[in-house]
Design a protein around this ligand. Structure first.
Ligand code: ZN
Length: 472
């Protein structure tokens, strides 16, 4: 899961003035060994089909990472690969010199979304380098990022760096499906100081010039929750209808949910997002609404404008939408049962039960039973705090490779492994240094790719970030 800001990137292409002048990066020292290793590891990982189900190659992919770490000095006993259902997860520890400090965790996942080779132009599980891109399932989500972070840690070790704070590199094995192994990992690492999620955040390239436009770190995500609306009825023969009909009643309830808008909300994080992201919105009406909403979340007109945009509706509060309905059992019978699924994306800070009660109130029909059905696949998670140590280290690392670039926080509308950590009170920040064009974001889709121009700056970025967060 990653990259949540389509539609912002067209500002320059549309002729809007650049919000800031981006200086050319200063001459940075190259890291040829780490650069070569990044590409090599990414290719090896893509070639292993780490997809849920039979012949899931996640354990083998983790074995590739483990092999690289062992060759670079990690102890065999410090790189643990644990089988888990049809997959596996990895926890690799680089002990710091001060055991009293809580560890820095670097978090990613090794599974990928299924890909049907017949639909792709190239085989999804054969890595191909072409025209400056690496193609293959997992190129952008997230085997390239895994290779980049691993190679950067190895480069740090090769250079003789000794962390004061223990650094733990962990990969889950089912982020794209059940997220059950990531839940176990978060439980085991709940003593962490903070988590860098290398599968969140990221940079956007200008469509026309291909130059970096802005970079975001992900500090919060909405909670996924499903609710079932159910109405039952004694039924009967359709030739003798009664006033109360289960399908009609359900339809009335669905109508009410559809017409309802949850109270707009603004957090310190989304305030910072709207203030800065407005500069990259090409529609002046939306840009003005973003600024107005950041200044005053009770500005009903600004909220209404943002609500009308699919890019922003999810950022101003909880949304609930009916996604499925069933009802009736025979063409000539009164329906005995009708149900609907309402899918909600809950703004951080609200519990599942709180939203359920709100739906009950909105519907206001006692015969409609509202039940939360999401189970243990998701959990309400607060936003991570705007910690100056993380923000300072991330901005410093990003400005090392892109001086003056706009940097701001983001809140994702989908869930990532960060949710389990945040729910346990451990701050987690999506902070991938990978840039791409919105038009070339093929994560989960066909012909997934990543620009190779990310390798060298990505290593410089991670060396700086990992050092700053583990040196004290
Ligand atoms: Zn992912």
């Amino acid at each position: 899961m990653r990259r949540t800001y389509p539609m912002l990137a067209l500002a320059l292409a549309a002729g809007v003035a650049a919000p800031q002048l981006i200086a050319k990066p200063a001459k940075l020292k190259g890291h040829p060994a780490a650069e070569a290793q990044t590409l090599d590891l990414a290719k090896q990982l893509i070639a292993l089909r780490s997809v849920q189900g039979p012949d899931n190659k996640t354990p083998q992919a983790l074995g590739v990472i483990k092999g690289a770490l062992l060759a670079a000095g990690w102890q065999d006993s410090a790189v643990e690969i644990t089988p888990f259902r049809d997959t596996a997860y990895m926890i690799a520890t680089w002990p710091g010199s001060d055991p009293s400090l809580k560890p820095l965790v670097i978090s990613g996942h090794m599974d990928v979304v299924e890909a049907k080779p017949e639909d792709w132009q190239r085989d999804p599980f054969t890595p191909v380098v072409e025209n400056g891109y690496l193609f293959g399932r997992g190129a952008s989500d997230m085997k390239f990022d895994a290779a980049l972070a691993t190679s950067s840690l190895i480069e740090l070790r090769r250079a003789g760096y000794k962390p004061k704070r223990t650094i733990i590199l962990q990969f889950s094995g089912d982020e794209e499906t059940t997220m059950a192994s990531s839940r176990v990992i978060a439980q085991r690492l709940r003593h962490a100081e903070l988590v860098i999620n290398i599968d969140g955040g990221g940079g956007t390239l200008d469509e026309a010039s291909g130059k970096p436009l802005y970079w975001t770190w992900q500090g919060a995500e909405k909670t996924y929750d499903d609710y079932q609306l159910e109405v039952t009825n004694a039924g009967g023969h359709s030739s003798a209808p009664r006033p109360e009909n289960a399908i009609v009643q359900l339809a009335q309830a669905v109508e009410k949910v559809g017409a309802y808008h949850f109270q707009p909300e603004l957090s310190p994080l989304t305030k910072a997002y709207f203030e800065k992201a407005a500069a990259f919105e090409k529609d002046p009406r939306l840009a003005a609404a973003m600024r107005d909403f950041a200044a005053n979340p009770n500005d009903a007109e600004a909220a209404a404008t943002l609500r009308s945009s699919p890019a922003y509706v999810g950022k101003i509060g909880t949304t609930c939408v009916t996604t499925m309905i069933t009802g009736g059992h025979a063409q000539n019978a009164l329906p005995q049962r009708a149900t609907a699924n309402v899918n909600c994306r809950v703004f951080p800070g609200h519990s599942r039960e709180e939203i359920r009660q709100q739906l009950v109130q909105v519907i206001g029909m006692p015969m409609i039973k509202v039940t939360a059905t999401s189970g243990e696949d998701s959990i309400a998670a607060p936003a991570s705090p705007m910690r100056p140590d993380f923000i300072g280290a991330a901005e410093k690392a990003m400005h090392l490779i892109n001086p003056g670039l706009a940097v701001f926080p983001s809140q994702a509308s989908g869930a990532s492994d960060s949710m389990w950590y945040r729910a346990l009170g451990v701050p987690s920040y999506g902070a991938s240094p990978t840039f791409s064009k919105d038009s070339e974001d093929f994560a989960h889709g066909l012909n997934e790719r990543v620009p190779l121009s990310n390798i060298a700056p990505g290593i410089t970025y991670y060396l700086s970030l990992f050092t700053d967060l583990s040196a004290r």
